[in-house]
Write a protein that binds this ligand. Structure first.
Ligand code: NAI
Length: 675
């Protein structure tokens, strides 16, 4: 199939790219464009209109080509050829003009866009800088500050804003190829090519201040700073040397760990949503949802479903609780309006589709019921008995339980093939992760419907089997357990937190516990006490804090103290408690460096992830990575714990896991991957 066609009509050339799904600049497109430039240059056309078939203009490079050495023709040469063509090119754009697509557009003499078009250089999101002049042409086109913002965040800007920045000649409501044809009829003088334009230099202190902002936002990631430096270089040298440097760095970064990790995450997000268990299975249509329980989770789930265009009926214990639940849902939707993410009209339209009450009759005719009541087996069982009675035998029944066994929750319910776990994360209307828990009875169709729901709610759905805590909370327990061993053996909470932040986590384990409250984990430890392996080392420090009323930030104290604010402050009382406990238990405390702390904790996390894959709880290691990135703040630029382990080497991780096991004999089952 020809992906680039050139057609001459009257005095114009029409160059069309047709490379579904997003017209990526793959090798055939680049070669086709170069041939088109030659054909156009040899013709007597007075202008060439470049457009794309399908839903978008070129939306970036073909990432599947990034693992191999680059193949000619290279994109910078294609852009240069377009820019140097004696016949002026007009980019006629719609959809999303991203990465290499935007770089090609900047090589054109004129740029015309449909109103809904958005522009961006998202290379930073996959650990790269643009490789075909993006960092050098953009500051010449829109100014230095806007160029830095776009390159360093990867954020897209709408056509109107790009027009205001001077990047577009016209923005049109309708047919952009027709608009380009009309534009060509009264063609203005051809402007100086973007690459040859002068950059308006900012004040010298601008770069110093801006770099600090970029560094802060980068949270340990290197690519935002590389993008910053590349744009800055455009201000300091000529185009040719700036571009040469940009290209070299782009190619070097393709092979660097950060970009490999981010590309891994990008592809893992796509595969995780299509587990083998639902291959070829058609999901059911869902339009009416019942949410039972209107507390923290129920309200968030209801809001997520409303935002996904579903009709939601909430069922609570009594009228007062129903009103409180409804108020929580309204609060969430109002919050979106206040933050400018939604409008009052949209909120009102969503609330039209929402009701709350205490009667199970509201469940009649529902396609799906999601239970989010207290974490108590008997309470949940009673809820499902009522739901089963009202919904008939087909409606899908889901539990949001964190730790209970869904099989026990659903025991005795007719047609267990329709039952599954839908484990949302708090706040449920925001967090991307959705664990979809399969029982041995759950049918493929019901699972597929869970995944379709996840997509509709814009979640990252991950298939999980049944084990204590499913994938995410089971790994969290291992992570915290190893952190506690470190406290017992020599660390203080602030040291563990600082080490994990330095690794790239948004927060350390202890400040995070303070933020979310210590009660749930405490209750859990009590529940697990009976089944805990007696050989396993148990550190009761968290229990001791809870018993002393140190339940976290909301209580004003937890692992840290809080002087009215949210800032965790080291607390001598807690530190003495930890040190005394070690002494009373005959433990000689040692020093651990930041790197040692992070290596030991991450090894325990990787080990648990590997066991979860071995046991078949997760389908693939990359699914585990998705859970950690989208539910627990594991740095995306490290690709998730399983990718990270491959990157640093399994031998290295095994060595650290050996150290973890030696530190606490009898406390860890080591996965075969690491043993
Ligand atoms: P919550 O205590 O905030 O809300 C529970 C709600 O259920 C209350 O509003 C209560 O009135 C209602 N309720 C209790 N019994 C009921 C019944 N028989 N019929 C109707 N409504 C009833 O609890 P939260 O945090 O929302 O947790 C709910 C479930 O979600 C639990 O199973 C929990 O393990 C799970 N979960 C919690 C997460 C969290 O971060 N809090 C995260 C993921 C899951």
């Amino acid at each position: 199939m020809t992906v680039v066609t050139t057609r001459f009509e009257n005095d114009l050339a029409f160059v069309t790219i047709d490379n579904p799904p997003v017209n990526a600049t793959s090798t055939t497109v680049r070669a086709g464009l170069l041939a088109a430039v030659e054909a156009v240059a040899a013709s007597d056309a007075k202008a060439a209109v470049l457009s794309c078939a399908g839903r978008t203009f070129i939306a970036g490079g073909d990432m599947s080509e990034f693992d191999a050495p680059p193949v000619e023709p290279h994109l910078p040469d294609v852009v240069a050829a377009i820019e140097a063509c004696p016949v002026p090119w007009i980019a006629a754009m719609h959809g999303t003009v991203l990465g290499g697509g935007f770089e090609i557009a900047m090589g054109c003499a004129f740029r015309i866009a449909a109103e809904s078009t958005r522009f961006g250089l998202p290379e930073v999101n996959v650990g790269l800088i643009p490789g075909a002049g993006g960092t050098q042409r953009l500051p010449r086109l829109v100014g230095v500050e806007a160029a830095i913002d776009m390159c360093c965040t990867g954020m897209m800007k709408p056509a109107a804003e790009m027009r205001a920045l001077g990047a577009l000649d016209t923005v049109v409501p309708g047919d952009v190829v027709q608009a380009a044809t009309d534009f060509a009829a009264i063609l203005p003088d051809v402007p100086v090519p973007v690459s040859q334009r002068k950059i308006t230099l900012p004040e010298p202190e601008f770069f110093t201040e801006k770099r600090l902002t970029v560094r802060k936002r980068a949270k340990g990631q290197a690519a935002p700073l590389h993008n910053f430096d590349a744009v800055k270089r455009a201000c300091e040298t000529d185009f040719a040397s700036g571009q040469k440097h940009e290209r070299e760095l782009h190619l070097a970064l393709r092979n660097a760990a950060e970009s490999r990790a981010l590309r891994h995450a990008f592809f893992a997000e796509r595969t995780v949503a299509k587990p083998d268990a639902i291959k070829g299975v058609t999901p059911r249509d869902i339009s009416r949802v019942v949410v039972v329980g209107g507390g923290l989770m129920g309200a968030g789930i209801a809001a997520a479903c409303l935002n996904g265009g579903l009709r939601v009926a909430m069922i609570e214990r009594d009228a007062a609780a129903a009103e409180a639940g409804a108020e929580r849902v309204r609060g969430i939707l109002d919050g979106a309006v206040k933050r400018g993410k939604s409008s009052a009209e949209k909120r009102d339209a969503l609330l039209e589709k929402f009701s709350a009450g205490a009667e199970y009759a509201a469940a009649r005719g529902a396609d799906l019921a999601i239970e989010a009541v207290f974490e108590d087996l008997d309470v949940k069982r009673a809820v499902f008995a009522s739901l089963a009675a009202e919904t008939g035998g087909e409606a899908i029944l889901a539990t949001n339980t964190s730790y209970l066994d869904p099989q026990e929750i659903f025991a005795g319910i007719g047609n267990p093939a329709r039952c599954l776990g839908l484990h949302f994360f708090s706040p449920a209307h925001i967090m991307k992760l959705l664990e979809i828990v399969k029982t041995p009875e759950t049918s493929a169709e019901v699972l597929a419907t869970g995944f379709a729901l996840g997509k509709r709610l814009r979640k990252v759905p991950v298939l999980s089997g049944i084990c204590d805590g499913f994938i995410g909370n089971r790994m969290l327990a291992a992570y915290r357990r190893q952190a506690d061993y470190l406290l017992a053996d020599g660390c203080l909470p602030y040291q563990v937190d600082a080490a994990m932040r330095a690794f790239g986590m948004p927060m350390g384990p202890y400040e995070l516990q303070d933020l979310t409250g210590l009660q749930i984990a405490w209750a859990n430890r009590k529940r697990q006490a009976a089944t805990r392996d007696p050989a396993e080392r148990y550190i009761p420090l968290g229990d001791m804090l809870c018993e002393g009323g140190r339940l976290g930030q909301r209580a004003g104290k937890g692992w840290y103290r809080y002087e009215g604010g949210r800032k965790p402050l080291r607390d001598a009382e807690v530190e003495a408690l930890i040190e005394n406990w070690s002494a009373e238990n005959g433990i000689e405390r040692s020093d651990f460096s930041q790197d040692q702390i992070a290596n030991l904790v991450v090894a325990a996390l990787v080990n648990e992830g590997a066991r979860i894959v071995e046991e078949g709880i997760a389908e693939r290691p990359s699914d585990v990575d998705m859970v950690q990135i989208h539910g627990y703040g594991f740095p995306r630029w490290r690709g998730g714990p399983m990718h990270y382990a491959e990157e640093v080497g399994i031998d290295e991780i095994s060595w650290w896991m050996g150290a973890v096991a030696r530190q606490s004999p009898g406390s860890w089952k080591i996965s075969t991957l690491l043993s």
